[in-house]
Design a protein around this ligand. Structure first.
Ligand SMILES: Nc1nc2c(ncn2[C@@H]2O[C@H](COP(=O)(O)OP(=O)(O)OP(=O)(O)O)[C@@H](O)[C@H]2O)c(=O)[nH]1
Ligand SMILES: [Mg+2]
Length: 415
């Protein structure tokens, strides 16, 4: 009985040991499998954190949209932000590549619609008038219709009249007109600001949809090629997807971008970007801002704040404040420029979408009325489609094909 009991106990002990060993092996296998696929079992810590951040950003943006976001919630006060540079990601490693050879964008091509509109009207005025008085009246009407603006048009024609007296030969009138327009454009020209050893800070402002973000990207690519390191500030924290849109452009241009979450204070973004640029010895900062109607006083005040806060980090910044205008707007561009200029001192204008309009004559009105230089013109939607404005080149392109009697297919003044 006792020996039987002993045998049974022995068998039981062996079974127990074997069972435990098997269970242990099972646990071991499970553990090693989990280790091999951690992300499938549960999210890693960084993933969980990113999901949390995204959720809170969406909530913030929703609140901003609904107008329930208290201003102090949007971003910490600037005074509490000096350490935020640590959070600015280090510059991405950008592979240096030889740019693909590409023909420089010609202003003549971008000006095609404006030129056709302008020249057709000028030709009709010059060739259709029998008397000198009629000629000058016709010229005034032609210039006004070509979006040169009433005051600028009257002024130009008066100057031509004084210069020519009774000489109404088409090619002479054409040359005098060209010279007068060039004179107005050149008078508004000014050298760009010099920021010395500090980064040059350029702030881009304008109403909604005029082409600010595209211009920021085009300009950043150009500044990078010409001057070295560029930091772009994603200070449009208002419009949905504005930061993502700019990020795509910055990747394309191979430049770094400083951002915060949507709904945050755009001035804080500008502050961070300028600070990062100084710390990293970047040569230029380009600040993209949200589109705003010139009639919204609080939004215009926000622009002042962005400029003020950028200047707090780097005295003198922003060195340049450029108003981006949609060339299609025609004369309305003047009122935009006036009100923006009353809010922040404008040092230049970028005329975007010149390629898609016949209203490019507004360049002359801007130069004449506002005495603000046109810095660049946008001639398309690609990153290279930005052309530095040159008064002579613009006027030559405007009158291209209108060579008086030698002109054929498109008609001549002497026809
Ligand atoms: N043809 C042409 N299109 C342009 C040019 N510049 C910008 N665009 C187009 O204009 C549209 C608006 O451009 P954005 O750069 O987003 O304009 P924005 O001023 O930043 O707009 P908001 O941020 O909404 O105020 C886009 O479809 C651009 O591709 C240009 O020079 N020529
Ligand atoms: Mg934009």
């Amino acid at each position: 009985m006792l020996s039987l009991d002993l045998n049974t106990v022995a068998i039981l002990v062996i079974a127990l040991v074997l069972g435990s060993a098997l269970a242990f092996i099972g646990v071991l296998i499970q553990w090693s499998l989990r280790k091999a696929r951690p992300s499938q079992a549960e999210p890693s810590l960084p993933e969980a954190r990113a999901a949390l951040v995204q959720r809170s950003e969406e909530a913030l943006y929703q609140e901003a949209l609904e107008g329930t976001l208290a201003p102090e919630q949007a971003a910490p006060p600037i005074s509490e932000r000096p350490t935020s540079l640590d959070e600015v990601p280090a510059p991405a490693e950008v592979e240096e590549r030889e740019p693909a050879p590409k023909a420089p964008v010609r202003i003549g091509i971008g000006l095609r619609k404006t030129r056709e509109n302008f020249l057709a009207r000028i030709r009709a005025a010059i060739t259709g008038s029998k008397k000198t008085e009629e000629l000058y009246e016709g010229l005034e009407e032609a210039l006004i219709a070509a979006d040169v603006g009433v005051e600028a048009s009257l002024k130009i024609v008066e100057a031509v009249r004084i210069r020519l007296g009774n000489d109404s030969r088409p090619e002479v009138v054409r040359d005098a007109l060209k010279a007068e327009i060039a004179r107005i454009l050149e008078a508004a020209t000014r050298a760009p600001a010099d920021s010395g050893d500090a980064p040059l800070v350029i702030m881009m402002v304008g109403v909604n949809g005029v082409g600010k973000t595209t211009t920021v990207a085009k300009l950043a690519a150009r500044l990078k090629a010409e001057r070295g390191g560029v930091i772009v500030a994603a200070a449009d924290t208002f419009r949905a997807a504005a930061i993502e849109q700019l990020q795509v452009w910055c990747d394309r241009a191979g430049v770094d971008m400083v951002k915060q979450s949507q709904g945050s204070d755009p001035a804080a973004v500008a502050f961070d970007a300028v600070k990062a640029a100084v710390a990293r010895n970047a040569r230029s900062v380009v600040i993209d801002t949200a589109g705003r109607l010139q009639t919204k006083v609080n939004l215009m005040e926000e622009l002042k704040k962005i400029a003020r806060v950028a200047g707090r980090e780097l005295p003198g910044a922003p060195h340049e404040t450029w108003l981006v205008l949609d060339a299609n707007t025609g004369q309305n561009a003047l009122s935009q420029a006036k009100i923006f200029g009353d809010t922040v001192p404008l040092t230049g204008v970028v005329l975007a979408k010149l390629d898609s309009t016949a209203k490019g004559g507004v360049v002359i009105a801007i130069a004449d009325r506002l005495k603000v230089p046109v810095r660049f013109v946008g001639l398309g939607e690609e990153i290279d489609d930005l052309r530095e404005f040159d008064a002579r080149e613009f006027v030559d392109a405007l009158f291209e094909g209108g060579q008086g009697e030698g002109d054929n297919a498109s008609g001549s003044y002497a026809a």
